[in-house]
Design a protein around this ligand. Structure first.
Ligand code: NAI
Length: 383
């Protein structure tokens, strides 16, 4: 081979010219490739987002600009010149924000979450496509749900603080056996099903309510579908796993709380607005609600994911909630496992690649499902 090269490029000037051309061609190829890659404006960035997306992006090579602020009407202009916007649960994709994004040439909104109640889908329709991560680890959320139940029941959060202070007493730490009690699961999609299966494994009687019941699943896991009223009045623990829709906003309210068993435990790892928090506080004060485990809160966008330990709490409802000894709040951390973050980063970047490579994406959110035939089913895209 070496002999061949020497023979071929015996004139060093020819060889030199060939090498320069090769370098120039490679640079042009690299530049063209780089320039064709969509640029991503990434909002509400936390250090762990960056860590997991940077690792995943080694396989995609996108140019990602990480912005700390939430996406709001005041920050939307930061996305100018970017092809895609990557947003999370507390970014506000209102019609005003979507107008700004459209006028600054954003073609895709890539949600790095499953829920999309923070997107005005009607306003996005016909303007900007929206994709999401429909599933990244339903186990992560289901397991956190059960962690909240166990912690509240056996007062693990209090026991931890006590023993750290060399207080080894048991007064006030009394719990109950979950075995043999009744759990009510509202919403039996991916997450609700896993929760139901875990609780069934504990030996609980599991009731479920869902507008689209899965009879095969219920038979297999010994779960009984029922109407919402029966679930509310029979359950010792009620756990929420439905998406937030206009119909089920404040599903847990004064009326539904009045129908519950005295001392019931309510767990919400779904969305904050599924519960009317003022009604929850009334229920806690009256003793109808014995425990509340909340990973989400109606007005969480101002507070969750922030360190406000040196600030004055201006939300009187949240402040009141935090005074109850039988309330455990975590700040939207149910999804927060390394497995879930890896899946979120991989699926989000793959959604962006698929959309820009093929002009469509199977994970696009379908807005017009009441129009038949559904255009997405025919063309693969909503508009
Ligand atoms: P999914 O779409 O698989 O299941 C939702 C289920 O709720 C469906 O079976 C649907 O028929 C049912 N449903 C709809 N309206 C209902 C109603 N009014 N009453 C009872 N059931 C109803 O969704 P998945 O993946 O199980 O997630 C559920 C929700 O969990 C998401 O919409 C999201 O809001 C929340 N979530 C929270 C996370 C966290 O970190 N805390 C992370 C991921 C999701």
């Amino acid at each position: 081979m070496a002999g061949e090269s020497t023979e071929l490029y015996s004139d060093w000037r020819v060889w030199h010219g060939f090498q320069i051309n090769r370098i120039l061609n490679y640079k042009a190829f690299e530049q063209e490739n780089y320039m064709n890659k969509p640029k991503i404006a990434f909002f509400d960035t936390r250090p762990y987002d960056r860590e997991f997306f940077d690792i995943s992006n080694r396989d995609f090579g996108f140019e990602i600009k990480y912005f700390s602020p939430h996406l709001t009407i005041d920050t939307a202009a930061m996305a100018s010149g970017f092809d895609a916007v990557c947003a999370f649960v507390n970014d506000k994709l209102t019609s005003g924000v979507l107008d700004i994004l459209e006028s600054s040439s954003t073609k895709l909104i890539a949600l790095r979450c499953a829920g999309y109640n923070n997107v005005d889908l009607l306003a996005a329709y016909g303007k900007i496509h929206v994709v999401r991560v429909p599933s990244y680890s339903p186990h992560a959320i289901a397991e956190h749900t059960v962690a909240l139940m166990l912690s509240l029941n056996r007062k693990i959060h209090k026991a931890y603080a006590r023993t750290r202070d060399s207080n080894f007493t048991l007064n006030g730490l009394l719990g109950f056996d979950m075995y043999g009690k009744t759990a009510g699961v509202i919403g039996t999609g991916q997450i609700g099903k896993i929760v139901a299966a875990i609780l069934s494994g504990f030996g609980m009687k599991v009731l479920a309510f869902d507008p689209f019941p899965d009879a095969a699943f219920a038979g297999e896991k010994n779960i009984r579908y029922t109407d919402i009223d029966t679930l509310l009045s029979s359950s010792d623990i009620i756990t929420l796993h439905s998406p937030l829709t206009p119909e089920n906003k404040h599903l847990i309210n004064d009326r539904t709380i009045a129908a519950m068993k005295r001392g019931v435990m309510i767990i919400n790892t779904g969305r904050g607005k599924l519960i009317d928090t003022k009604a929850l506080i009334n229920g806690l004060k009256s003793g109808v609600i014995g425990y509340a485990g909340l990973d989400v809160y109606e007005e969480e966008s101002e507070y969750f994911f922030e360190d406000l330990s040196n600030s004055v709490m201006n939300d009187d409802v949240l402040a009141r909630l935090l005074t109850f000894p039988n309330v455990l709040v975590t700040s939207h951390q149910a999804f927060f496992t390394s497995d879930a973050l890896t899946n979120i980063a991989n699926t989000t970047l793959n959604n962006i690649k698929t959309y820009f490579d093929t002009d469509k994406c199977p994970n696009e959110i379908c807005y017009q499902c009441d129009i038949t035939p559904c255009r997405k089913n025919i063309t693969g895209k909503c508009f």
